[in-house]
Design a protein around this ligand. Structure first.
Ligand code: PMP
Length: 478
């Protein structure tokens, strides 16, 4: 029978033989030593069970060791592990046909990779070759990868190194309608009542209520909002000051992941895509976290923004935790890229394809997108009630099972809750049996992105635990 190493031995090896960074990001003061997983549950080496609401960062899509996916992996492992894609083999074709069917026309040509960074790297290269332009725009606060090229797309100092990287990448202001200067959180696509908001957070309450009502009426009639106009104005400033008149691409996630589940005003992506295309650029949706039904209302996050990108990149949930990524694009873009030879040893590996294929079938059979929508909306609704109860919950946002809870010092200032306080609530939540994530540029947002097999009962368990952790924190500090 399999026996885990002792905790002490693992830590000793980690100190001596592992990336030293991994010592810093054990996340918890008392680390969690994982023994095994099943569906939405993880067990530690002492046999304690945790409800996993982080899913290895939105990666375990249908459930840890989902029996159906495990069976598909086992079957393929006995038949063929690897061959180069100069040969023709069934699993790759079964999978690419199935994946293409989930995307709207003309997104039909698929390149398989092994990670999200690799997919974004490839997408950036293809965009440059296709357009003949070089400059790429992304949003501040975003994460798109850690390779030297994608480091330029990523806009969070924690992930930057002082080396030549990201030449030609420009990060524009993130349309963060909660923490940004122009308000507008009512302009998001959300199933819950947002906080009262206006473009003048410092204004007197009555004035603010008046402005809020006017803005609310305007946004419901015209679909537009003042904050969106301001953020588009910022983008125009980047066009005027930082890039040549023709650009290669714009990258954005439909809802930010590492950035803290930031949701943009409703028309932001639509307006941005138009401006980018006018300048010769292609639009790229990074669906590494938001794809595969995670946002509940749609299978792809971009569909919630009423846009069709020229390229979609994906990874994480694509194969339920098995390393895999993909770029999907149009025949036109693919033709520009066909002028050279693109080779990837493991991309399209038969085992990865068999697993990813089974993940798509399982999503359909288990109704994971519907679960995302139902349980996600329930969680958002209940978390919004907690937001109204606790002074330190500033914002609750997201869609489906891509949820962010932004913590603040107080509601008036909207300043981030300091890291020590975040850690205390985070650790307490874990000690009571629930694993969640942290994100945002200042580490101020709790992130909830569980395997899409969780139930309402699981949601209730989390809500009770989180409520207790917040209560404990308030008791100790206020
Ligand atoms: N894009 C997004 C939105 C991500 O969240 C990540 C990983 N956190 C990546 C790209 C990079 O993926 P990988 O770690 O597989 O390279």
């Amino acid at each position: 029978e399999y026996k885990d190493m002792s905790k002490e031995r693992m830590m000793e090896i980690r100190r001596q033989n592992c990336n030293p960074m991994t010592m810093k990001v054990t996340y918890y003061k008392k680390p969690v030593y994982i023994h095994q997983g099943h569906m939405q549950w993880l067990w530690d080496v002492d046999g304690r069970r945790y409800l996993d609401l982080f899913a290895g960062v939105a990666t375990v899509s249908v459930g840890h060791c989902h029996p159906k996916v495990t069976a598909a992996a086992e079957k393929q492992l006995r038949k063929l592990w690897h061959t180069t894609n100069i040969y023709v083999y069934s699993p790759l074709h079964e999978y690419t046909e199935k994946l293409a069917a989930t995307l709207p026309d003309p997104l039909k040509v698929i390149y398989l990779t092994n990670s999200g960074s690799e997919a974004n790297d490839l997408a950036m290269l293809m965009a440059r070759l296709h357009t003949g332009n070089f400059d790429v725009i992304t949003l501040r606060g975003s994460y798109h990868g850690g390779s030297p090229h994608t480091m330029g797309l990523t806009s969070n100092a924690a992930y930057k190194y002082p080396v030549a990287s990201g030449l030609g990448c420009h990060n524009t202001m993130c349309p963060d309608v909660f923490a940004g200067p122009w308000g507008g959180s009512n302009c998001r696509d959300s199933p819950i009542q947002t906080i009262r908001d206006c473009s003048c957070p410092q204004a007197k309450t009555e004035f603010c209520v008046g402005i809020f009502l006017l803005m609310y009426i305007r946004s419901s009639i015209t679909g537009s909002c003042t904050a969106n106009d301001k953020y588009i104005g910022q983008l125009n400033e980047v066009f005027a000051t930082s890039v040549p008149s023709r650009i290669a691409a714009f990258f954005a996630e439909p809802i930010m992941g590492v950035g803290g589940a930031v949701q943009y005003p409703k028309n932001f992506l639509k307006d941005t895509y138009k401006l980018v295309r006018e300048r010769g650029g292609v639009c790229i949706a990074d669906e590494v976290q938001t794809g595969f039904g995670r946002t509940g209302s749609h299978f792809w996050g971009f569909q919630g923004h009423d846009v069709i990108p020229d390229m979609v990149t994906m990874a994480k949930g694509i194969a339920n935790g098995f390393p895999m990524g993909a770029v999907v694009t149009t025949p036109e873009v693919a033709a520009s890229f066909a002028k050279g030879v693109h080779f990837n040893t493991f991309g399209g590996n038969p085992v990865a394809c068999a697993i990813a294929s089974s993940v798509l079938d399982t999503m359909e059979e288990d109704g994971t997108q519907q679960i995302s929508h139902n349980v996600g909306t329930y969680l958002l609704t209940e978390l919004a009630k907690m937001r109204d109860k606790y002074e330190i919950i500033g914002d609750v946002r997201g869609k489906g099972l891509q949820i962010g809870v932004e913590m603040v010092k107080d509601k008036a200032s909207r300043k981030p809750l300091p890291p020590a306080a975040m850690s205390e609530i985070f650790e307490d939540t874990k000690d009571m049996g629930v694993l969640i994530g942290k994100g945002g540029v200042y580490g101020q947002t709790f992130r909830i992105k569980p395997p899409m097999c969780i139930t309402k009962n699981d949601a209730d368990f989390f809500l009770a635990v989180f409520n207790q952790a917040l209560h404990n924190y308030m008791e100790d500090h206020h």
